[in-house]
Ligand binder design. Structure first.
Ligand code: MN
Length: 236
């Protein structure tokens, strides 16, 4: 059987001026039955449309902070460095992929970026802007879960996991402030922060704030399996 091709948004190293990719993202896609394909750093709207006809699904990876101007705010000193290359390329890709109902999994920055593309906004820095008793930035080792999230009933995640709550890892200092249009929360941390959301009107648009590619646990396996299954369905 032909495997679905999953386009991965590349990571960008500001110091080196290099594109790069974490092998964990590729491994997770491969192990779930897809072919990971790292995308270029730039793409026009026309190229994004062509990539959409070539790829069966898209993984929006983690990385730099989304530029606050994309959600109508000025950057505050607590905001981290943004990445104009990624913001530009991913905007073209997201708009094409969303319009064509392509399956997508968005992780960490990916969740934040998709939320902003759909009109939502972000906390520029959780430690200074959210009253929270939990740490969302655990440091190494990255695969160990560090906080709990409640899984909201009647959501994609509840259907996949059949659990009321799970433990997740956490490597982020930003998070969803206002939720984007068409998105529904499906997991919430104990401080109220939305840790996962999805678009119920789309075949598979799944956003998670944690890092399943590092966790490699049963939750991660189910997320990637559902993503690849949706990509397979879209491909056939
Ligand atoms: Mn977290």
């Amino acid at each position: 059987m032909k495997k679905p091709v999953i386009g991965l948004t590349p990571l960008w190293d500001d110091n080196m001026g290099n594109l790069w990719m974490l092998p964990e993202y590729c491994q997770a896609v491969s192990e779930a039955g897809g072919i990971p394909l790292v995308l270029p750093a730039d793409c026009t709207r026309e190229e994004a449309a062509q990539l959409c006809s070539f790829c069966d699904g898209f993984l929006f990876t983690g990385g730099q902070d989304v530029a606050p101007k994309l959600y109508g705010e000025a950057p505050e000193p607590v905001c981290g460095p943004d990445c104009p290359q990624r913001d530009g390329m991913e905007a073209a890709l997201f708009q094409a992929a969303y319009a064509l109902n392509k399956p997508m999994l968005a992780i960490c920055r990916g969740l934040q970026f998709v939320n902003v593309m759909l009109g939502g906004s972000l906390y520029q820095d959780i430690p200074s802007q959210v009253h929270s008793g939990i740490s969302h930035n655990q440091g190494k080792p990255y695969h160990i879960p560090c906080h709990r999230v409640q899984v909201l009933p009647d959501t994609l995640l509840a259907a996949l996991l059949q659990q009321d709550a799970i433990q997740v890892n956490s490597l982020h200092h930003q998070g969803i402030k206002a939720l984007g249009e068409g998105l529904v929360p499906m997991a919430v941390a104990e401080d109220g922060l939305i840790e996962a959301a999805y678009a119920p009107d789309k075949p598979f648009v799944c956003l998670v704030q944690w890092h399943p590619e590092y966790a490699k646990d049963w939750v991660a396996q189910r997320l990637f399996a559902a993503f690849i299954k949706a990509a397979n369905t879209a491909a056939s």
